[in-house]
Ligand binder design. Structure first.
Ligand SMILES: Cc1cc2nc3c(=O)[nH]c(=O)nc-3n(C[C@H](O)[C@H](O)[C@H](O)COP(=O)(O)OP(=O)(O)OC[C@H]3O[C@@H](n4cnc5c(N)ncnc54)[C@H](O)[C@@H]3O)c2cc1C
Length: 424
């Protein structure tokens, strides 16, 4: 989006291909997953955002490869496979997806949070657990239904854990009769030795204390050794849980494989200081799927890096087409890191400034509103936050099952069937 916008006045045809018809602001996905916001409040149709950009065509399609010698991108659309699209310049910004660190079998039981579809799936899972517990007469079954495990204590895990804790103590508290939502157990695991490992130690400690105050059980130095339909095994102990959410690693898109170029250990394409691929000045790779070192450190996979790189690549192409001198090599300007921990509390680190508490939360809210794609979303999210803050009421607590409700099979005896010895 940032690159396409930077090419707004370029005398060229800009073709933006995405497998989704919408742009989503990922930092607020956890708020959809925890029922504060609706999907439509953090996502917008791409063609709507770019409606005034006359030189840009938006195509819904999934890129599956690049022929860099023939200068072709290959994409699938709803009814066509392997469609070649010619380019003069190519910007790949295909992001990252969850990584289960070689344990892809965990995915079935522990969904991650990367897209709006993921956020809706997690929201359904969380809400369904409370519904199931309320319908369950046997109180001994309530414990695993009301245990929520988050694997990974980076910003997403911390924000999710805090938000679930706030939800069970606030909104849901008065709505159930058989269960007490406030008795829910929220467990946050991480193999590392502190939460928010990329923040300073002082802010990590503040965030952990805040989580513990909210009732979150923080278990550090322990990862998930096994995840299955009964829960998680952690350091030899089984935590029975029907809701495990993966908030740990990410892995880049296959851009490196499509281009067949050098990647870093994580699989991100190694790019040059002008963000192009070595030997191919017409191909740029930006954002989470690229790897660039600055001052001896690899730039992090965060929104600001992606946005600034996208803008730079667009600007560079602009200048090349206009025959103007090239801009100076890309330099990331780090505006800082933030994470929310429950209601009205955040941690913020920017250069030497370190703040935690309400002021950091206000700064977080202002910055996040500013980054939403359209002004109608900013107004809508702002009003929703004020409403939720004052009343505890949330934006969207509907369990929307797109594929219909899968009903449990009644026991064989109820159907009048005789069980065979093998099925007993
Ligand atoms: C839950 C969560 C919370 C986050 N919180 C923060 C935060 O608080 N602060 C922060 O700075 N960063 C945060 N991030 C990271 C930030 O969102 C990313 O760094 C940023 O979105 C990366 O931008 P990108 O353009 O590289 O990739 P993305 O934003 O992932 O965009 C990739 C786009 O490419 C499309 N795409 C992918 N593959 C294909 C294909 N084969 N064909 C066609 N289209 C394709 C996708 O549909 C998507 O639209 C968070 C990320 C997540 C998941």
């Amino acid at each position: 989006m940032a690159a396409a916008r930077a090419l707004k006045n370029t005398p060229a045809e800009v073709v933006l291909i995405d497998r989704n018809n919408h742009h989503v602001f990922q930092p607020l996905l956890y708020q959809v997953a925890t029922t504060v916001l609706t999907p439509g409040q953090i996502g917008s149709p791409i063609r709507g955002i770019l409606r005034k950009q006359q030189n840009t065509v938006v195509i819904l399609g999934e890129v599956t490869g690049v022929d860099k010698d023939a200068k072709l991108v290959v994409a699938n659309s709803a009814d066509r496979v392997g469609v070649p699209l010619a380019y003069d310049f190519l910007i790949l910004a295909t992001g990252a997806t969850h990584s289960y660190f070689g344990h892809n079998e965990f995915e079935e039981f522990a969904p991650g949070l990367k897209s709006l579809a993921d956020a809706e799936a997690v929201r359904n899972k969380v809400l369904q657990a409370f519904e199931q517990a309320e319908a369950e007469e046997d109180p001994s079954r309530h414990r695993d239904l009301l245990t929520f495990v988050l694997v990974g204590a980076g910003p997403t895990g911390v924000e999710m854990a805090g938000a679930i804790a706030v939800m069970v103590h606030g909104t849901l508290k008065s709505e159930f009769r058989r269960i007490d939502p406030a008795s829910a157990r929220v467990v946050l695991l991480d193999r590392g030795h502190r939460v928010l490992g990329t923040f300073s130690e002082a802010l990590s400690r503040a965030a952990q204390q805040r989580l513990e105050k909210l009732g979150v059980e923080v278990r550090l130095g322990q990862g998930a050794d096994q995840i299955d339909h009964e829960g998680v095994i952690v350091a030899g102990e089984r935590i029975s849980s029907k809701t495990v959410i993966w908030t740990a690693g990410v892995t880049p898109s296959p851009a490196g494989k499509w281009l067949n170029v050098e990647t870093d250990r994580a699989g991100r394409v190694r790019i040059q200081p002008d963000l192009s691929v070595p030997g191919h000045p017409e191909i740029f790779v930006v954002g989470d799927t690229s790897s660039l070192d600055q001052d001896g450190k690899t730039l992090p996979g965060v929104a600001q890096v992606a946005i600034q790189e996208g803008r730079y690549a667009g600007k560079l192409i602009n200048r090349r087409l206009a025959g103007k001198p090239m801009p100076r090599p890309f330099r990331y300007f780090d505006k800082g890191n933030m994470a929310v921990v429950g209601k009205g509390y955040a941690v913020l680190e920017s250069g030497k400034i370190q703040v935690s508490g309400g002021i950091a939360w206000l700064a977080w809210a202002a910055v996040h509103l500013q980054f939403l794609a359209e002004s109608n979303l900013r107004v809508s999210v702002f009003l929703q936050w004020v409403w939720t803050y004052l009343t505890g009421q949330r934006g969207d607590r509907l369990i929307v099952n797109h594929y219909g409700v899968e009903r449990a099979k009644p026991p064989a005896e109820e159907l009048g069937l005789k069980q065979s010895p093998a099925s007993k």
